[in-house]
Design a protein around this ligand. Structure first.
Ligand code: IMP
Length: 441
């Protein structure tokens, strides 16, 4: 069977902890979208591994797959694999031949375009990894796929078509001097070598066939979503979004496994007990002004600094209309709620229960970001809960969670109409209370 793990909010919901927990019961862990914009930390045997591309299951002897819906920076891929090897692991990572390659010019163009947009507040605050420009070329049918790196003739043809266009874009449209990243010969040489390594290490696969044959053999597959529903290119707060589909449908299109198969499995939404946002754009429940100190303390306690970029994250109360939207877009069969320990000890705990927009109460997000930015949250107040020994709570289980925190969790579960499978009460791997294992459901 399959279990799909999806971010319900704006990314950084703590998906890694659950992927780590349930990935242990899977045979294969596959990513279906995004690239090295997704930071995740895995702690194994006291050692910490920071990964941005390699699926976290690869640290735990699982087969890790980067599906066709991913965009792959092979340099990041190799450096993460090399580091894991230096640290004594033997990661088994396979890359879809249909996945698109992040080329050097994509990364440069990401920075150039963000700069150009910043004058008009349209910059998305990207991670600068070249994600958007690579998906643009995919849709524009001028991308380079992983399979193309294995065939120097095809690669040369593709580069000769695309690189001069990118050079002209950098120089003539943006007025920036194009460097080596825009030189056909230099790029060709470097990327044929990358292709050779991919071939020598037998890393490339037809992802759909590879995953399909594992499923046919009765293996369990975990689909690891990156980012979150509200920064999905279709269902998110466009244009402040990433360029792929983190939502559950992406698990089908981004791997080559049909939606009926994904839908027969479980789809678990990961919820952070409050909001954090690394990029730009509106955020109706954001803690600003008089609430800045509160935001600072949540940020510090929750370690809310970007894993990939190190940027401090913006903080807000939980946004329930956002979660209702996510529950519908993904079809959650269950949820996991993280970081309830971070809200412990506060004088007040609130959630945005609904919005007021133009005098009307609304229970889900409007479809345009401009209207979302005009939404005033109707805040609902919860009785706060004290800080406790969360490790002891994790050992004892759900009943040891303070009553007021339980009331909060039960409210969230009712609003998204999905049962709670797990609760995160601290950053340590052992600090997750599991109520149900989706592979057993
Ligand atoms: P990109 O994915 O680098 O193109 O960035 C587009 C938007 O998605 C920006 O607002 C980023 O901050 C956001 N973003 C991308 N990856 C993540 C992530 O892993 N967590 C949270 N936000 C992300």
């Amino acid at each position: 069977m399959t279990v799909t793990i999806v971010g319900s909010q704006l990314g950084d919901e703590g998906k890694g902890a659950l992927v780590d927990l349930w990935g242990g019961d899977a045979d294969v862990v596959a990513r279906y979208q995004g690239g090295d914009n997704a930071g995740h930390t895995v702690v194994e045997g006291g050692d910490e591994y920071k990964l941005s591309l390699v699926p976290s299951g690869a640290v735990r002897d699982k087969v890790g797959v980067l599906g066709n819906g991913c965009v792959v920076n092979p340099k990041t891929l190799f450096s993460e694999i090399d580091e894991l090897r230096e640290r004594g692991l033997d990661p088994d990572v396979r890359v879809a031949r249909r996945a698109h390659v992040i080329m050097p010019y994509h990364r440069v163009l990401d920075g150039i375009e963000e700069d150009a947009k910043s004058d008009s507040d349209l910059d998305a605050g990207t991670t600068g990894r070249g994600i958007g420009p690579t998906y643009e070329d995919k849709a524009g049918r001028r991308g380079i796929r992983v399979g193309d790196l294995l065939d120097p003739e095809v690669l040369r043809d593709r580069l000769e078509y695309v690189v001069p266009q990118k050079r002209a874009l950098a120089e003539d449209v943006f007025g920036v001097e194009a460097g080596e990243a825009f030189d056909v010969d230099a790029v060709f040489e470097e990327y044929t070598e990358i292709g050779e390594r991919l071939r020598d290490e037998s890393m490339t696969v037809n992802a759909g066939e590879f995953l399909g044959s594992h499923l046919d053999d009765g293996d369990d597959v975990l689909f690891e979503g990156a980012q979150g529903t509200s920064i999905d290119i279709d269902h998110g707060i466009y244009p402040y979004v990433t360029s792929s589909n983190p939502t559950a449908g992406g698990a089908a299109t981004g791997t080559g496994i049909g939606p009926t198969v994904v839908g027969r499995g479980e789809v678990v939404g990961i919820v952070k007990a409050y909001l954090s946002r690394v990029g730009t754009g509106p955020l109706p429940t954001e803690l600003t002004g008089d609430d800045e100190e509160l935001a600072d303390s949540i940020r510090e306690k929750g370690g809310e600094f970007g894993t990939v970029t190190g940027r401090p994250r913006r903080i807000g109360w939980l946004d329930i209309p956002m979660l209702r939207h996510a529950a519908r877009a993904n079809g959650f069969t269950g949820i996991a709620v993280n970081h309830i320990d971070v809200l412990a000890g506060l004088d007040e705990v609130k959630v945005g229960h609904s919005y007021d927009l133009d005098g009307e109460e609304r229970f889900t997000m409007p479809a345009t970001t401009e209207r979302w930015g005009r939404c005033e949250p109707n805040l609902r107040e919860f009785e706060p809960w004290n800080d406790v020994d969360w490790m002891a709570v994790a050992e004892e289980g759900y009943d040891a969670i303070p009553d007021n925190a339980q009331a909060y969790l039960e409210y969230v579960s009712a609003e998204v109409d999905a049962p709670i499978y797990a609760i995160g009460v601290g950053p340590d791997r052992a600090e997750t209370i599991e109520l149900a294992n989706p592979f057993d459901e």
